[in-house]
Design a protein around this ligand. Sequence first.
Ligand code: C2E
Ligand code: MG
Ligand code: MG
Length: 576
Amino acid sequence: MGDEQGNLENTSNQRESWKEEELLRDSRILENTRSFIVEYNLKTKQCYVDPAQRRHVYGNWSKRLKTSADFHRVVLKEDIPLLKSFFDFSNLKAGDSRRVDARFYVKAHTYEWFRVSLVCYGDAKGHKERVLITFTNAEKELETIRKMKFLLAKDPLTHMPNLDSFIQMTEELIQSHPGMRFAVIRMDINKFRIINEIYGTKEGDNILRYIGVKIQEWAGPAQGESTYCRVSSDMFCVCIEYNKEDIQELVSFMQASLKGYPIRFEMVMSFGIYVTDEEDQEGRTPVITLMDRAVTAQQTVKNSYLSNVAYYDEKIQKKEAAEKEILSEMKHALGTEQFKVYLQPKCEMDTGKIIGAEALVRWIHPQKGVISPGDFVPVFEKNGFISELDAFILEATCKTLRRWLDEKKPVYPISVNVSRADLYNPNLLDQIQSCVAKYDIPHDLISFELTESAFISDNMQLCNLASLLQKNHFRVLMDDFGSGYSSLNTLREIPVDVLKIDLKFLPPSSDDLRGNTILRCVVDMARQLGLEVIVEGVETKDQVDFLLSIGCRFAQGFYFYRPMPISDYEQALAKG
Ligand code: C2E
Ligand code: MG
Ligand code: MG
């Protein structure tokens, strides 16, 4: 401490007369608060310590503090450097003030937080003369903040820890047990949305609380060797030391608990488990990544009737690694034209004549060969790159159409696919229009294949997009009609020109009379609604005959042509 540092050993009996009245008033005020003051005269080096100090510092500092060198005896070690600079008065000027928070000794082995503030007063000439230092015990405020933090760390519905505190606690758990293998278990109820819809959210909440209680009952307090939380909605997460039997026990316990819940709905939970490896145990993998891996495992059994528990295994790891590779290569692949447009002809069934084509992307990888869209489109839909890819396919298609028009070749319409992930792109229509305008393509030569979604809000977007495209004189096809997502209602709501029925979803067969009747009725209904029908996935002569017998005229399928490079399509057209 500087040489102008006060010597706190002088106490109230050395009070100076010049400020007696003022100090008396100060101390009365301060005695009624959790504060006390110390006044130090920089010139005389005399010090006044408020008697209220004893009330707030049970250990009475003056006993521990014989000289300023004893300072360390009343301050927590870590805070000494901070206070040394605070009490260095060498650069202090009249009118200056400072504030610091530090932990001071209050009683045996106990330190509490004090807020220390200081004001420097000057003499008549304005030279610094004395400092008034206020010590305010801030322990209660900090305790309140600690309590608030604790409350904020809880999920208000189940009173379990929330995601943030789970992450923090799990991080600490793993780091404090190096070498120990942990299992991160993600679980939720299959079709919980339906429970909410049928029984109401109040009952849904009761079930979530019940699950919370059961998890806590099984795992014990969320400290020590296990952590748990409600992630959000019906998703819960538990982290325990890895032991296959314990996990099996948790699964059985949760299933039995759900069976015991008084509701006429068979509730089934699915579980995804990730077991940490050496790298994770060294704390190098963020907890959120461990949770993501558990989710990836869980997704493989979600809503499955065969199994409800899945471990993150080598197969999943390989798939994730492949996805990562796809993501790391996609931009370069687009820049180096590895993505190519393949065309699959659409035919008139009774003549076999080509009436148009669908543009289907292929990734021609320099090492891996031809990669099908099924392997990368879902990955690109997740990260948004599909928009760039679809724009590229549209442009390549327009370029080709332009070339054919310029070369005066026969030109038939081409349809391009619009990803569900593109529905929320507000610039989509502008982008389509400017691309089509750039190559000056008549609008009846380009059409768009849209697919329904499982989400109602997506279908509203779909509806908007479809009517905007129609207003701009583009034809709209409803792709994959008959797949799980589509409903008859969509036909009423979404304006489309062509219904594209996929035989994958509505397969006709000689011994499936009901299936055939459905297909026949769908075709009939489309006709009555004034919609054109095209059937895709047509593979056999029998299918062609049946489709013709129920009034379908157009098809796309391997029976006629497989998707092919543009040059092959040109040859197919030339052959007639
Ligand atoms: P989709 O739009 O329904 O395309 C039809 C798919 O059915 C194509 O698969 C086609 O090769 C396949 N197919 C056609 N005829 C038959 C048949 O007779 N039997 C069988 N088993 N399959 C047949 P592909 O090319 O693998 O594309 C799969 C899906 O990937 C497409 O389904 C589409 O949803 C998506 N996709 C393809 N290209 C693009 C694209 O450029 N952009 C977007 N967003 N999605 C695309
Ligand atoms: Mg399609
Ligand atoms: Mg389709």
